[in-house]
Design a protein. Sequence first.
Length: 482
Amino acid sequence: METLPRPALELEFGSALPAMKSRPQPPEYAPWQAALLAATDLSILVLAGLAALHLTHVGLTTLAAHSDVVLALVLTATVALLLYERLGLYRTSFSALSRDQLYAAFAAALLATIPPLVILYVLPALAPFRGTLTIAALVSALGLPSARFALHEVCTRFSPPAPRRIAIVGTAERVDALPSQMSLTPNDALLRLPVAHFDPSVDGVTADEDVAALPWLRYAIAWKCDTLIVTEALPPAIMPAILRLTEASGIKLAFAPLRLRPHACDFTVRRDGGVALLYPRSLAICSPSANAMRRTLDLALVVPALILLTPIMALIALAIFLDSGRPVIFRQTRVGRFGREFPMLKFRTMHVDAEKQTGPVWSKAGQGRVTRIGRILRRTSLDELPQFFNVLFGEMSIVGPRPERPFYTERFRALLPRYGERHLVCPGITGWAQINMMRALQPTAVAEKLSYDLFYLEHWSIFLDVTILVKTAFEFLFQRPV
């Protein structure tokens, strides 16, 4: 492979990429917020049913005479609420943005329409009420995200998440290194407590009064931190006393050994006698069940899409041919799952041999290499349609980190240690980074893009994939940037 000399690489990327920052963890709902959301969702389901009865001119007395229909309605509402709970709508959110709450709630509502549709066609007794139940499902699918959006705005305005107060104690080097690897928000407060000789300062300390006299612990308690993170190993004998003092002050005690990081894996802690064992396990998205679910979703979407979009793709191919000749399809080598290279398909938007003289060049807005039809295709993302065939062949997924060219992957791996983790899954046509950043036009944004990709890998669920698809559709239709 031909490579650029270091000076040319620095001209394009700068002497160094910005350091990658961890994405903030999704905020968790307080118990009263979860109860309010559940009550609101139940109200929406009831109101949707009443609206459907009114629109289809079915009276309550008529409905009450059919106990099987009433039971089906109750079962449907119960299944919907249980589904919302399992999807995490009452525990946490994917984002602090109200707009993302809207997309997530709409995705959940779409999934919740599946049980009533199944019940409609399984129970023949419901045939006369199919129109009523269908309208109720559609109304609830619109009402749930609207109510969730409004409640999120109210909760954010009148009960914003409390900022964390985190104290970090340990050697100076580790205390300084830890914050950059945490998911902190601008509202969080940090207290750094470096200790020059940490181990000697805690050796032989067991009594409560001696532990309370430790300077770093006194500072942390006086500062009223809610979390105390220790980067060193504490002697077992000191644990009972320090736990009594921290718990009495409402402080959570945590350990953060810097040499142990949950990169590309999760950890569980189990006690075996007097030993604490740390068990690593693969991320959920890497499990066989996740691969099967992702593949099923891909095929369920891409096969109908290819059938429906074939006429449009044929017209695009004809427009490209008339504008700039052949080839119509552009094949570009990209890096896929486990680092395997594959030919990613796109409609050609540049002049033929655009990189013959320059070699690989990062795409920039307004560059002269793009054809007239190519500008339209790029603006609307229609140039990506042939990638549905990549999905069909199993080289890509609908949702996942965007694949990069080997030329840049090689360099990004050297500059960003966790860049290779993006290749744990099949790359996607759209992804968490794309719907939050859209099209990044500067290579220096790769560190921020990587943080979104890693967030996606660490928090993956099939519901997150559906949410990304919903948001992609809305952004494409209404808010697609130039």
